[in-house]
Ligand binder design. Structure first.
Ligand SMILES: O=P(O)(O)OC[C@H]1O[C@H](OP(=O)(O)OP(=O)(O)O)[C@H](O)[C@@H]1O
Ligand SMILES: O=c1cc[nH]c(=O)[nH]1
Length: 170
């Protein structure tokens, strides 16, 4: 997949869907979602000549598959970095892979603890199916049907030195 092209298309879809960028804020889910969110914001800046705020969402403590007591003093658990209000904003949530939907469920809980957005939309680079919750993405880079024994690994230049999407047999 040409990642940059997919992100550009998603950016156009975001503008179209929202009839512009008024009231938009973008939240990237750690780790790679943050860089994808930043890239979408850069494209929006180029296309609309306006800056859309970008924040970082850490959903670790909202996950339903991690024991909460164990996260209290875990140095791995960082914090969200969102230095703007979410109330009455249109939030674009960005992640690399959408699978069971549990990360997005957790992200929505995290957001609701911070404010009450007017709307939340979801953009993902890859939708691999196998949802366990009634969650869908509004903007999808690519649908990659996968078997549950596989894993989709997304690499981004900012962290991994290159952009790629790989299907790995576990
Ligand atoms: O829909 P779900 O089943 O929740 O899966 C999708 C999530 O899984 C991955 O994160 P992961 O927890 O593997 O950590 P990583 O970002 O460090 O790879 C990916 O980045 C998504 O956030
Ligand atoms: O395949 C998968 C499943 C969850 N998270 C990923 O990043 N890839």
């Amino acid at each position: 997949m040409a990642m940059q092209r997919a992100l550009t298309r998603i950016t156009y879809e975001i503008i179209e869907h929202n009839k512009g960028i008024d009231g938009l804020v973008i939240l990237g889910i750690k780790t790679r979602g943050i860089y994808l969110a930043q890239r979408i914001a850069n494209r929006l800046k180029q296309l609309e000549n306006a800056t859309v705020p970008v924040g970082e969402l850490d959903v670790t403590k909202y996950r339903d598959d991690i024991e909460h007591d164990s996260t209290e003093n875990d140095p791995q658990v960082t914090v969200s970095k969102i230095d703007f209000p979410l109330t009455d904003k249109k939030v674009i949530l960005v992640d690399d892979v959408l699978y069971t939907g549990r990360t997005i469920r957790a992200a929505m809980s995290a957001i609701m603890d911070l404010g009450r957005p007017k709307q939340i939309n979801l953009a993902v680079l890859v939708d691999r199916g196998h949802r366990e919750l009634p969650i869908r993405a509004d903007f999808v880079g690519k649908n990659i049907p996968s078997s549950q024994s596989e894993r989709i690994r997304v690499a981004v230049t900012e962290i991994d030195g290159h952009d790629s999407v790989e299907i790995i047999d576990r």
